[in-house]
Structures are given as structure tokens and as C-alpha cells.
Design a protein around this ligand. Structure first.
Ligand code: KG4
Ligand code: ZN
Length: 338
């Protein structure tokens, strides 16, 4: 069974090929155009997808040594994401499925982030992933969710952010520090040389398993304003300590709710997924917490944390087995829920 998968929900144009359950190629074209605007510009994202998609798909097929005519199905990201960006991938996938007369599979991007844990590739041919049920903390630029996963295609959100996503909190904090977009990875890098307890930042607690990250962004803004009044070069003088403190605060906010979810459900297997799961502070802190609590911790490979089509292919693989196909009348849904 050979699946071609296409991801175009935000600012990454990606295509992957999966052969008999194993990823053979995963090509990602990152759009650098957005950096100068300090965030993703939807119209520019759609245009860049248009420019990249033919080359990216051709490269994914070539690297996997697969001919178009060998494909069993085409999977694509239906949502959530930017409408114009999603339309490029969806239209391309529909045209390919129609032209080759093969099934079309729609994939939920957030479900795919979770299923990245089941990706097998040349380096890890027998990846098993967590057993069921497990709790997945899915953390990206647009989402922050606690998900109970009972089977590959049976997931339920048990807690989520009521405002900003944690990736947004990383990126907006970085912007306040004068760092370019996307700032999350840069905060991570500077934090490695800083003291996470150097500055205490106030946090807001939401009831139950929900999160809120808009307050911390405002708190950081006031904190920097006050400190810069006293010392105009405060940011330049203290960048590693500021980054380490911001990262520590955000990671603790995530882990507090994760711990609560584990206690409430009694589940002892835990995973993280999404772009922010690439954060080294989160990875280390979760491993430590897992050891203390006796949990089985699953952390994805770096390349499958941020947006990629390999995870879309994995979701497509599970859906193919269930003959879960869609017709040509399918359209993207920017707010597709899990
Ligand atoms: O999953 P993803 O690639 O795209 C969405 O679906 O949103 O996540 C992107 C987010 C961005 O906010 C980016 O800053 C954040 O993930 N991110 C990180 C790191 N790597 C990516 N945040 C903190 N530390 C990192 N190492
Ligand atoms: Zn994503």
C-alpha cells in the first residue's frame, strides 16, 4: 500500500510517501517570506504553496522511488489551518486522485500531530508508539490541547486553551524581545545559557484542564517595559535569563495541567506532539516528571514535531485500512475540530 500525503495548512509545503506503513520520503519547503512581517501572512502563504507544491510532490515521489501510477491513495490536510493555504493542498490532492483514479483521504492536522508517534522510517523501522489509551499534550502555533487517545482514530479533547496557543505565547514573547519570527526555537536556544529562575513571571490559572496564555504575554510586555525604563539595555544584557524564565514559566503551565489530566484519568502513558514539542525545556522537564511519577513518556523525533506530511501520511495509512475515503466534493475546513 503506497500513500502520497500533502500538508499545506500554514507556512510549510510538505509531501511524503509511505510504503507499507513506512515513511520513505518527507520533503518540507519552509516559507521564509513571513519572517520580515513578524508572522504568517495568509495571502503570501497561499502563493508560496502554489509555487512549491509541484516540486515538493515530485521530489517526495523521486526520493521514495515511487511512480505516480504506483500510488494506492492520496491523503491531504483538510484543516484546521488557513483557508487559502489548505485550498492549494486540497485542490492538488483532489486533482491527483481524480487523474489517477485512486481514493482520496482527508486528514485532520491535529489528529496527524498525535499520530506522528506511530511513524516508522528507515532509521526506526519498527517504531511502536504508545499503547492505548494515552494522554497527548498537543502544542503548536495554533493549538494547545490535552487529548485522550483511545485508538488511532478515536481521540477526544479533554482540555484546551481558551485564548492563545502556547506556540503563540513563545512567538509573541520573542517578538517583544526583538527576535525574528518564528521566535519559539530562538527562545529555546537562548534559554539553554540562562537561569530559568532568574525572573518570576505571573501566571493565570484556568479551572479544570483548560489553559490560558494571553495573560502571560501581557505580563511579559509590562515586565519588559518596567525593566527597560530602569535600564535601557535590560533585554540585551539579560537575554538568556529572560528566555530561560519565559520558557520555564510556559513549560510549568503546560505540565501542571498535564499532571492533573494524568491523575484524573488514571492513565500512565503520556505523549507530546506539535511544534512546541520540539522545545528542549519541555522535553527534559517531561522526561523528569515522567520518571518521578512512573509514567511511560513518548517524545516524537524532532523532524516529526513541526508541520510535516509524514504525519499526514500516517493518519492516511490508518484511514486507508478502514476504507475511510472522501469524494471530490470535499472542501477544506479552517476550523476543523478533533
Ligand atoms: O506544529 P507547528 O509546526 O505548526 C502549527 O500547526 O502551528 O508549530 C509551530 C509552533 C510555532 O509557534 C513555533 O514557534 C513553535 O511551534 N516551536 C517551538 C520550537 N520549535 C517550534 N517553540 C518552542 N521551542 C521550540 N524549540
Ligand atoms: Zn501543526
Amino acid at each position: 500500500m503506497i500513500v502520497l500525503a500533502i500538508e499545506s495548512s500554514c507556512d510549510e509545503t510538505s509531501a511524503a510517501v509511505l510504503v507499507d506503513g513506512q515513511i520513505r520520503s518527507n520533503i518540507i519547503a519552509t516559507q521564509l517570506i513571513h519572517e520580515q512581517y513578524g508572522g504568517v501572512v495568509p495571502e503570501l502563504a497561499s502563493r508560496a504553496h502554489q509555487q512549491h507544491i509541484v516540486r515538493v510532490v515530485a521530489q517526495a515521489l523521486a526520493e521514495a522511488k515511487v511512480a505516480k501510477t504506483d500510488l494506492s491513495a492520496v491523503a491531504f490536510t483538510r484543516g484546521p489551518g488557513l483557508l487559502g493555504a489548505l485550498l492549494v493542498g486540497a485542490s492538488f490532492a483532489k486533482a491527483m486522485a481524480l487523474g489517477l483514479n485512486i481514493p482520496l483521504i482527508e486528514v485532520n492536522h491535529m489528529q496527524a500531530h498525535v499520530l506522528a508517534h506511530f511513524i516508522a522510517d528507515a532509521e526506526t523501522p519498527y517504531a511502536k508508539g504508545p499503547g492505548f489509551p494515552f494522554i497527548c499534550l498537543t502544542v503548536s502555533g495554533g493549538h494547545t490541547q490535552l487529548v485522550r487517545v483511545d485508538a488511532p482514530l478515536d481521540m477526544h479533547v479533554i482540555g484546551q486553551t481558551q485564548d492563545d496557543a502556547v506556540g503563540e505565547a513563545f512567538d509573541k514573547s520573542a517578538k517583544l524581545l526583538g527576535l525574528p519570527y518564528p521566535g519559539g526555537p530562538l527562545i529555546d536556544r537562548y534559554a539553554k545559557q540562562g537561569n530559568p529562575l532568574a525572573f518570576k513571571l505571573p501566571t493565570t490559572e484556568m479551572p479544570g484542564l483548560d489553559f490560558s496564555f494571553s495573560g502571560i504575554k501581557t505580563a511579559i510586555m509590562y515586565f519588559l517595559r518596567d525593566k527597560t525604563k530602569q535600564n535601557p539595555s535590560f533585554v540585551a544584557d539579560n537575554l538568556p535569563d529572560i528566555c530561560a524564565s519565559i520558557q520555564h514559566t510556559l513549560v510549568q503551565m503546560l505540565l501542571t495541567k498535564l499532571k492533573r489530566a494524568m491523575h484524573e484519568t488514571g492513565i500512565r502513558q503520556v505523549a507530546i506532539a506539535g511544534g512546541v514539542s520540539a522545545n528542549s525545556g519541555l522535553r527534559t522537564a517531561l522526561n523528569q516528571l515522567g520518571q518521578d511519577q512512573g509514567w511511560n513518556v513518548f517524545i516524537p523525533k524532532f523532524e516529526y514535531c513541526t508541520d510535516n506530511a509524514a504525519m499526514i501520511a500516517m493518519a492516511g495509512y490508518f484511514k486507508y485500512q478502514q476504507h475511510d475515503f472522501v469524494g471530490q466534493d470535499i472542501s477544506p475546513l479552517p476550523r476543523l475540530a478533533l
